[in-house]
Write a protein that binds this ligand. Structure first.
Ligand SMILES: *Cc1c(COP(=O)(O)O)cnc(C)c1O
Length: 359
């Protein structure tokens, strides 16, 4: 199978090899060094300040989203939540679940945020802004410059779910004034699922120190205390953390985050060009696509049938959509170990399939 989904994605061989090894005991200096080095590289890749801290949580990306909400926000906050799809909805659900007062900036699917929309929230006593930098469900990358400027002007604490943006699109915690940046192991990190990574700015650390988490397992204060010695409070997904470490180090040695981002950008541009040239009856669904994903739609063709038949007849996974978009939109990921040759094969298979479907 060739995997063009948005996670889990194809891992490089050096990551898979770690998956095949015995999982080592971890209360050791050797494991602590792995955690310290991963923290250092994570911080440099998102341009966090030196005094920022990194927490490695065992749990998928949603665990990091929930942990961030319960460790940095309280019912005294008033949040703006960008809701452009299922991941925005998840932040809405988390605020509701944990009684954080919020208002939703609800977007039409496929569209980014406009400055007029933001302006409606100006000067109304908000304290916090929650956004999925790239709304993976629709493939929309938000304008972080604009969001960042708004948050700075309004003095808002900015929480960024960058789960599908890390390594794929430009992230700079200092430039954007990001309070918390979070990501997960199974997107562009291209490791096995199971670990999420949270980078906490000094503003976030200050909030954590004043907030009592309602969850023992997801308590950042405890995680931060353990992180001082390169450890976690409980047994982490040791194997996945070793994969993340290897992956971060390899990217660093190969030229760093920008070279990885450029690689993905080239794959995304190549794929979009091939789709256009193929004459296939698909259009880009997102008005501002990320490097991580291309979302495609066609009024005539069932997107879900394309997903099923590519899987069953061609050995290729693309990513179906759920809910109202199940038959309308499907997504092609550019994250993980993919090549231009893979793009060629996918487009060729799509042409063949659509010919069959139209007969
Ligand atoms: C994948 C993803 C998540 C988290 O999903 P999990 O299944 O919990 O790992 C959250 N936000 C975004 C933007 C994502 O792409």
């Amino acid at each position: 199978m060739i995997n063009f989904t948005v996670g889990p994605v194809q891992s490089p061989d050096y990551v898979c090899e770690i998956g095949g090894e015995q999982v080592p005991y971890f209360r050791t200096d050797e494991f602590s060094q792995i955690v310290f080095e991963s923290e250092r590289i994570m911080k440099s890749f998102v341009n966090a300040t030196d005094d920022s801290k990194v927490v490695f949580l065992t749990g998928s990306g949603t665990a990091a989203m929930e942990a961030t909400v319960i460790n940095t926000l309280t019912p005294d906050d008033k949040a703006i939540v960008v809701n452009g799809g299922s991941f925005g909805q998840r932040f809405v659900d988390l605020c509701k679940w944990h009684s954080i007062p919020y208002d939703e900036l609800k977007l039409e699917a496929g569209y980014g945020i406009t400055s007029d929309q933001l302006a409606q929230y100006s000067g109304k006593g908000y304290t916090t802004f929650l956004v999925n930098m790239h709304e993976t469900s629709t493939g929309v990358l938000y304008d972080m410059e604009m969001i960042s400027k708004f948050c700075k002007e309004e003095g808002l604490f900015l929480i960024v779910d960058g789960i599908s943006s890390f390594l794929a699109d430009f992230v700079d915690m200092q430039k954007f004034g990001i309070g918390v940046f979070l990501t997960g192991s199974q997107k562009a990190l291209a490791c096995a699922p199971g670990v999420s990574v949270v980078v906490l700015s000094t503003k976030a650390l200050d909030r954590v120190s004043k907030t009592k988490s309602c969850s023992m397992y997801l308590d950042f204060s405890d995680a931060l205390k353990n992180a001082e010695r390169g450890q976690t409070p409980f047994t982490p997904a040791v194997g996945v953390i070793r994969q993340i470490h290897k992956r971060l180090k390899t990217i660093e040695e190969a030229g760093g985050v920008s070279s990885e981002m450029n690689r993905m950008h080239e794959l995304a541009v190549d794929f979009r060009k091939r789709i256009e040239e193929s004459g296939l009856p698909f259009e880009l669904f997102s008005k501002s696509p990320s490097n991580a994903v291309t979302s495609l739609y066609s009024p005539q063709i069932s997107a879900y049938e394309v997903f099923l038949r590519l899987k069953d007849e061609y050995g290729i996974w693309v990513c179906p959509n759920g809910g109202a978009f199940k038959d309308i939109v499907f997504r092609v990921g550019h994250i993980g170990s993919l090549t231009i040759e893979d793009n060629k094969l996918l487009v060729k298979s799509m042409v063949d399939l659509i010919n069959k479907m139209e007969k």
